[in-house]
Design a protein around this ligand. Structure first.
Ligand code: MG
Length: 373
């Protein structure tokens, strides 16, 4: 029996909490929350979730009060995930839980920080934020006296294992695709970051709007924004102007995703969540037209924004600070936190240092660097 009566109304291809394969350490059911509602709450109440507030998205924290952090990005991903999951009749709670946990393993200083930590760890197994998000929920969060980690349901862990294509989760077996809810959270991440990176790029002045006008997706969203505002867009202030165009752009992405995926699910013949997992290709995706427009936008952002000298320069300084803090901890393990010291023997010095550095906020890493000099 499901604890959530609304689950009876879900599409046959949805993952129901009553059909969960459970948790690594079995637990009794809560009296009124489903397993995925509990997972969501465990993630939100975790220490790593709170630290997302102090971690950079593209810009380094402190450069402006309106730019995104990992926390605001995560909330946007969860919001888009819920919208798409509800529209397709699948499990919103599961999609939301995966979305809320998807970036818990991110380092300070955004992707530049991740690349720097991966370089530092190249002889010790490397570093990647997706694998680290799993480590956070399976090992590093300390919420239970019985075991490390959050003891999340296997379907949430499956959703976090997004780059491990052949083995989605040991408890769920080997199959080519994860649940629809996991696929939704993965694409919602992309919709959120392209939308808000565009907005932050425009707000910063590093990404001039006139350069976006050659992109089909931007042109289409601008035209839609102009007509929906009954022409008022032309006289709106710059913040409202860019926000309204990006609103239209995100809406275009979500509408395309829902209609294309709904059609793919219907025509695929899959009729259960097991069928979804056995299906050789992912069923959640954009139309070919939108896919190529997104690819054009992505190329533009990489060429003109993510690698902009101003973003790059700040990132390089931040990465040098990370290298110094990492080296200090490797040379002086006593500078680690007391809980990290207890894991040294089992996990090895470099992995424990990487976990410790990855968990830092931007400002904490900067203060550790300043204390060295
Ligand atoms: Mg993300």
């Amino acid at each position: 029996m499901s604890l959530d009566p609304r689950e009876a109304l879900l599409a046959p291809q949805a993952q129901r909490s009553s059909e969960s394969v459970g948790r690594l350490r079995p637990e009794s059911e809560h009296s009124f929350r489903s397993c995925y509602q509990r997972d969501r709450d465990r993630i939100v109440h975790g220490t790593s979730f709170r630290r997302l507030d102090g971690k950079t998205q593209v810009f380094l924290n402190g450069k402006g009060d309106h730019y995104r952090t990992r926390l605001t990005h995560t909330i946007e991903v969860a919001s888009i995930s819920r919208t798409v999951a509800r529209a397709l009749g699948v499990n919103e709670d599961l999609a939301e839980a995966i979305a809320l946990a998807h970036d818990l393993g991110h380092t300070p200083f955004g992707h530049a920080g991740e690349e720097a930590l991966d370089r530092l760890m190249k002889d010790h197994g490397g570093f990647d934020h997706n694998g680290q998000s799993l480590r956070v929920v399976e090992v590093l969060e300390e919420s239970y006296p019985q075991q490390p980690g959050l003891n999340l349901s296997h379907e949430v862990l499956e959703g976090l294992r997004k780059h491990d294509r052949t083995l989605n989760h040991p408890a769920l077996g080997t199959h080519p695709s994860p649940s629809l809810e996991a696929q939704i959270a993965n694409i919602a991440d992309e919709i959120a970051y392209y939308g808000h990176d565009l907005e932050d790029g425009l707000a910063s002045g590093l990404l001039p709007e006139k350069d976006l006008e050659s992109l089909d997706l931007w042109k289409e969203a601008s035209e839609k924004a102009f007509s929906e505002s009954s022409g008022l867009l032309a006289s709106a202030g710059p913040r409202t102007h860019r926000k309204f165009i990006i609103r239209c752009l995100i809406n275009r992405e979500v509408e395309d995703l829902v209609s294309t995926s709904g059609e793919a699910i219907r025509s695929s013949g899959v009729s259960s969540v097991d069928d979804v997992r056995r299906h050789p290709v992912k069923l959640i995706g954009y139309s070919p037209e939108l896919k190529s427009r997104n690819a054009e936008l992505r190329r533009h952002l990489y060429a003109n924004f993510y690698h902009h000298p101003e973003v790059q320069g700040t990132n390089e300084t931040a990465c040098r600070q990370m290298e110094s803090v990492y080296a200090d901890l490797v040379n002086n393990p006593a500078h680690l936190g007391s809980r990290s010291l207890t894991r040294l023997e089992g996990e090895g010095l470099h992995r424990v240092v990487a976990d410790y550095v990855a968990g830092m906020t931007d400002s904490y890493l900067r203060s550790r660097f300043e204390a060295l000099s």
